[in-house]
Design a protein around this ligand. Structure first.
Ligand code: PLP
Length: 451
C-alpha cells in the first residue's frame, strides 16, 4: 500500500526533528497527513483528527485555507522569489513590513525578515550586540534568557532556550548567553530577600555588570516551557530593569504573535514596548516559512548611519511568496475578527477546562490567555505531590486523547512536570471547543482508571 511504501521510505530517508529516532526507525511514522479543513486533519488511513495545538501553535487560520493558497499562487506566478540583498526589494515584502509595523506597539517600525523563529532570535541577538558596538559599548554582548524559555534550535537560540534537553543538545555552548534560574517570579521586582533572588535577571545583571549585557529575551507567555503566564507586574518590572541598565528587551512573540492570546501580540496584555520583537509561526499561519525581527526607530536610526555593508541576512529574507501569504493571513485575521474570536473562544475553552478541573482532583492549575491554554496533572495538588515521573502522566493522557483522535501536547521534561497544552486554530467554533473538552473529559476518565 501507499502507506507502507511511504512508511518504509520515511524510516530510511528522513531524520525527524524532536522525535525519538529509534522509535521512528523501528515503527515508522505515527501519522501520514493528507489534508485538512479548519481544525481537522486527515490521514492516509482514513482517520480524521482534531488539531488541538494548531500543529506547532502556528496554524492560526486552520487547515485548508484557499485564500492563502491563492495568494501564494498569485505571487508565485508573478515573481515567486527575488532577493532583498543588495537593496533589491518587491512589493509583497514592503507591504507586509508596513502592515506588521502598523500593528506592533510603540515605535517598533522596521522589520528584518527571516525564515522562522530561531533565525529571528539569532538575528535579534546579533542586531542588539551590533547596536551597542556602534554606540561604543564594545563589551555589551551577553544575552540573558529564562528558565523554561524556548527560543529555537540554532546555536544561539538553543543556548538561550531554558529547557536542558534542547539547550545542551550535541554539546555546543555559547558563553555569551546566561540562563536565569528562577522562573517568572516576583524576584525581579527588586527584593533582595526574595527566596529566588539568586540567579534571577536582576541578580545576573548585578553580578555580570550591565556593561557586559546586550539584551534580555523573554516570551510574553512561555509556550513550549509549559504555557506559563507571568505574574501581573513581571514584564513591566523586566522592562524597567532593562531601561535602568541600558539593556535591550527582546520579546519572543513567535507563539504569542498574531492573535493567539486574544491580543495581536503578547506584550499588549501588559502594555510594554520591547526594543526588538521576534515573530514567526502565526505570521503566515504556517502556510509559508517566514519570520522577522521588528525593531524600534531608535535602533533603526542608529543602523541608518552605518555606512558599510550590514553583513547579516538569509537567502529567504523577505521571500516574496512567504510575504504575500503573510499579508493575506493578517488581512484575514483582521477582516474576520480573529483576535477577538481568540478571546471569546478562549473563554469557552477556559469554561470547559474549569469544568474538568472541578471534576478531576488530579487536574489542576489551569491557565490560559485567548487560545493558548495549559493545565497540570498532579497526584495530589493540595499537598503539592506530583505523579511519579516514570508514570508519564501527561504523556498517558495525551495518548488517550490521540486514541480518540484529538492531537494535543504533553510537557514533562523536568521531574514532576506533567503539563498539557491546548491551542487550537483561532477559527474554532463553540461547538468544536465543546468537542475538544468532551474528548479530554473521556480521556481523563480513562486515565483516572489507569493510575
Ligand atoms: N521562539 C518560540 C517562542 C517558539 O515557540 C519557537 C518554536 O516553537 C521558536 C522560537 C523557534 O522557531 P522556529 O522553530 O520557527 O525556528
Amino acid at each position: 500500500s501507499l502507506r507502507n511504501e511511504l512508511s518504509n521510505l520515511d524510516r530510511k530517508h528522513v531524520l525527524h526533528p524532536s522525535t525519538n529516532p529509534k522509535n521512528q526507525v523501528d515503527h515508522g511514522p505515527k501519522i501520514i497527513f493528507t489534508g485538512g479543513d479548519g481544525i481537522y486533519l486527515n490521514d492516509i488511513d482514513g482517520n480524521t483528527y482534531i488539531d488541538g495545538v494548531s500543529m506547532l501553535w502556528n496554524v492560526n487560520l486552520g487547515h485548508g485555507n484557499k485564500e492563502l493558497a491563492e495568494a501564494s499562487y498569485k505571487q508565485m506566478v508573478e515573481a515567486a522569489y527575488t532577493t532583498t540583498f543588495y537593496g533589491y526589494v518587491n512589493e509583497a515584502t514592503v507591504r507586509l513590513a508596513e502592515k506588521i509595523t502598523s500593528l506592533t506597539p510603540g515605535d517598533l517600525n522596521t522589520v528584518f525578515f527571516t525564515s522562522g523563529g530561531s533565525e529571528s532570535n539569532d538575528t535579534a541577538f546579533k542586531l542588539s550586540r551590533f547596536y551597542w558596538q556602534l554606540r561604543g559599548y564594545k563589551e555589551k554582548k551577553k544575552i540573558i534568557s529564562l528558565r523554561r524559555g524556548y527560543h529555537g534550535v540554532t546555536v544561539a537560540a538553543q543556548r538561550a532556550t531554558g529547557i536542558d534537553a534542547y539547550r545542551n543538545f550535541s554539546g555546543s555552548t555559547d558563553p555569551d548567553i546566561v540562563n536565569a534560574k528562577p522562573h517568572l517570579t516576583e524576584c525581579e521586582l527588586g527584593d533582595k530577600n526574595h527566596p529566588e533572588y539568586e540567579g534571577c535577571i536582576r541578580d545576573i545583571i548585578e553580578k555580570e555588570g550591565a556593561d557586559k549585557i546586550a539584551a534580555v529575551i523573554v516570551e510574553p507567555i512561555q509556550g513550549a516551557g509549559g504555557v506559563h503566564v507571568p505574574p501581573e507586574e513581571y514584564l513591566q518590572a523586566v522592562r524597567k530593569l532593562c531601561d535602568e541598565n541600558n539593556i535591550h528587551l527582546i520579546a519572543d512573540e513567535v507563539i504569542c504573535g498574531f492573535g493567539r492570546t486574544g491580543k495581536m501580540f503578547g506584550v499588549d496584555h501588559w502594555e510594554i514596548v520591547p526594543d526588538f520583537m521576534s515573530v514567526a509561526k502565526g505570521i503566515t499561519s504556517g502556510y509559508a516559512q517566514l519570520g522577522g525581527v521588528v525593531m524600534t526607530e531608535k535602533i533603526r536610526d542608529e543602523f541608518a548611519q552605518y555606512d558599510a555593508m550590514l553583513a547579516h541576512g538569509f537567502t529567504y529574507s523577505g521571500h516574496p511568496t512567504a510575504c504575500a501569504v503573510g499579508l493575506k493571513n493578517i488581512e484575514i485575521i483582521e477582516r474576520d475578527g480573529l483576535v477577538e474570536r481568540a478571546n471569546t473562544m478562549g473563554r469557552e475553552l477556559d469554561k470547559g477546562l474549569k469544568y474538568l478541573e472541578d471534576k478531576y482532583t488530579f487536574f489542576t492549575n489551569r491557565r490560559s490567555r485567548g487560545l493558548l491554554a495549559g493545565f497540570d496533572l498532579m497526584k495530589d495538588p493540595e499537598a503539592n505531590i506530583p505523579f511519579d515521573h516514570s508514570a508519564r502522566a501527561a504523556g498517558n493522557l495525551v495518548d488517550e486523547c490521540y486514541n480518540r483522535k484529538l492531537l494535543i501536547r504533553p510537557f514533562d521534561f523536568e521531574p514532576g512536570m506533567n503539563i498539557v497544552a491546548i491551542a487550537p486554530p483561532l477559527t474554532i467554533s463553540k461547538n468544536e471547543v465543546e468537542k475538544i473538552i468532551h474528548i479530554v473529559d473521556d480521556s481523563l476518565t480513562a486515565f483516572s482508571k489507569k493510575i
